[in-house]
Design a protein around this ligand. Structure first.
Ligand SMILES: Nc1ncnc2c1ncn2[C@@H]1O[C@H](COP(=O)(O)OP(=O)(O)O)[C@@H](O)[C@H]1O
Ligand SMILES: [Mg+2]
Length: 504
């Protein structure tokens, strides 16, 4: 960082600078910035110092008070927070004072009182402008009234690009060789870094370049994962890349086609005009028929990360936290875009009950509002098994682009499912009379067909024999599929779906 240059730093966002300058010109004397990106705050204030023509100081417990333009410590030792505050009161410089990580010292009532006096404006003047910079900061109530909070804006694309090229140049300088930069990967990397602080973005870019002196497509999954780790609020979201593929799923031809038509639009750099951005689907149907699998495969087909919103983890024993968890998860999903947000068995997480003081109702409201309003490339893939507790608002026309009904597999699909699961266990499907087995498994779900293969393999293994059709047939006889034990709810589900959903 070069503080003496008169050229604005490329990493400074003009809009951000302007709004901070306006805040200070309007007479704010205590500003709170919650961020762990100290370099970014410093860059911003260095520029601001030039614009406002006021001296800039930075205080830390380790180094005391420093003048930023002279990059030198003040003659006095001011590492003690109380001494630093006293100094500010007497200096009469109308300076900008950055107090880094001052939050632990706000426990001391004397410091709080002194801060309050310092920020008081008398006869139109105050001692200076105090800026508290901490990753997280809760102010005592006495200060909350006078403080203004300033939120750093995430760096813009141009600033990110400058930074990535700086990191590439740094590598070249150290290793005396040029970095292999794939421009396409660069474009994607910049998209991935959006929404992060400059400090975090720089760390990810540096890792991507410094591992092998190249920036190419192979770096991107790692960057996405690292970004996800930074954003994941309270561990509520799960992350999968290279997740399920439709090749592993038999049946659902309409769903596949529907997604294939939307995939290029969802991932296009510029969405084609006149086409609405795909926003989401609901898969509803009989348990064990591949809904969860298909929801995940949507991410595989789009070639984007899958974020799994765990409804169970959303509910937090601390009052009010569950809504915040949901809001933060949705925000994180927006920053991870393009991505698929998978909400499995949504009816369980959002079933509205009267016993929870309205939490689930507010959660449902939060989700519905977000679904209606967000403009990011987040595709929701929701699944549901149980329509009896599914909030009707969720399936009203227009909420999802489409509601698909995933029924028990028909004969041809059953043969396909058997083939997939035999193959997965290194058996040759063509050695088995699949259409005959499929005919004998009417009413079996996909999960039950998979289980059939597994159980028959165990039986064969116990007899030290290779798997035969007889093993499979014996297992079929012993199975009472869900479609028998749950005939009634399944009939209701079908009837419900007939007028509201499309067959997958
Ligand atoms: N159509 C299908 N094709 C291939 N495998 C299937 C299919 N349906 C179900 N399965 C198998 O059953 C398992 C459970 O399916 P799942 O997706 O969890 O069902 P659901 O979410 O509808 O209850 C899957 O992981 C898969 O192994
Ligand atoms: Mg499921």
């Amino acid at each position: 960082m070069n503080f003496s240059s008169a050229i604005p730093d490329a990493a400074v966002n003009p809009a951000e600078l302007a709004s901070l300058a306006a805040m200070i010109r309007a007479g704010s004397t205590l500003i709170v910035i919650e961020s762990h990106d100290e370099p970014q705050v410093l860059t911003l204030f260095a520029e601001l110092r030039r614009q406002l023509n006021r001296p800039l100081f930075k205080w830390t417990a380790a180094q005391g008070m420093k003048s930023v333009e002279r990059d030198s410590a003040l003659p006095e030792d001011l590492s003690d927070p109380a001494a630093a505050l006293e100094y500010i009161g007497q200096a009469g410089e109308r300076g900008l004072y950055l107090l880094m990580d001052f939050h632990p010292y706000l426990q001391d009532p004397v410091n709080v009182r002194r801060l309050r006096e310092l920020t008081r404006v008398q006869d139109g003047v105050a001692a200076g402008t105090l800026v508290l910079v901490s990753p997280e900061l809760k102010l005592p109530r006495e200060l909350e009234a006078v403080a203004r909070r300033f939120e750093l804006m995430p760096p813009e694309r141009a600033a990110l690009e400058t930074m990535v090229r700086e990191e590439a140049a740094r590598w070249s300088e150290q290793r005396q060789g040029a970095v292999r930069l794939c421009e396409r990967a660069m474009e994607q990397l910049l998209g991935n870094l959006e929404g992060l602080t400059m400090k975090d973005a720089r760390r990810l870019a540096r890792n991507a370049i410094f591992d092998d002196g190249a920036l190419d497509e192979s770096d991107l999954p790692e960057v996405m994962r690292a970004k996800f780790e930074l954003l994941n609020p309270g561990g509520v979201l799960g992350y999968e890349m290279e997740t399920a593929r439709f090749g592993q799923i038999a049946g659902m031809p309409r769903l596949k086609r529907w997604l294939e038509l939307r995939s290029p639009v969802f991932t296009a750099a510029e969405p084609p005009s006149g086409l609405d951005m795909p926003r989401g689907m609901m898969l509803l149907g009989v348990q064990g028929c591949g809904k969860s699998l298909a929801a995940r495969a949507a991410a595989g087909l789009f070639g984007v990360p899958l974020l799994h919103l765990d409804c169970g983890a959303l509910y937090n024993r601390f009052h009010g936290e569950s809504e915040r968890n949901l809001r933060e998860s949705l925000k994180a999903a927006e920053l991870m875009a393009p991505c698929v947000l998978w909400i499995d068995e949504i009816e369980k997480g959002l079933a509205v009950s009267d016993s929870d003081g309205g939490t689930s109702r507010r959660m449902l409201g939060t989700l519905l509002t977000w679904m209606a309003e967000h403009r990011s490339r987040v595709f929701i893939a929701a699944t549901a098994n149980d329509i009896s507790i599914l909030p009707p608002e969720l399936v009203r026309k227009g909420r999802f682009d489409e509601i698909f009904f995933v029924d028990l597999p028909d004969e041809k699909t059953r043969a396909g499912i058997l083939a997939i699961h035999l193959q997965r266990r290194e058996l040759k499907p063509q050695l088995f009379p699949l259409s005959e087995i499929a005919r004998s498994t009417d009413g079996f779900s996909g999960a039950e067909l998979e289980h059939l293969v597994v159980a028959a393999l165990y039986a064969a293994h116990a007899e030290s024999e290779p798997l035969t059709t007889d093993h499979l047939m014996a297992e079929i006889k012993q199975t009472r599929p869900l479609s028998v034990t749950m005939a009634e709810p399944i009939a209701e589900l079908r009837q419900w779906a007939a007028s509201r959903a499309v067959a997958a």
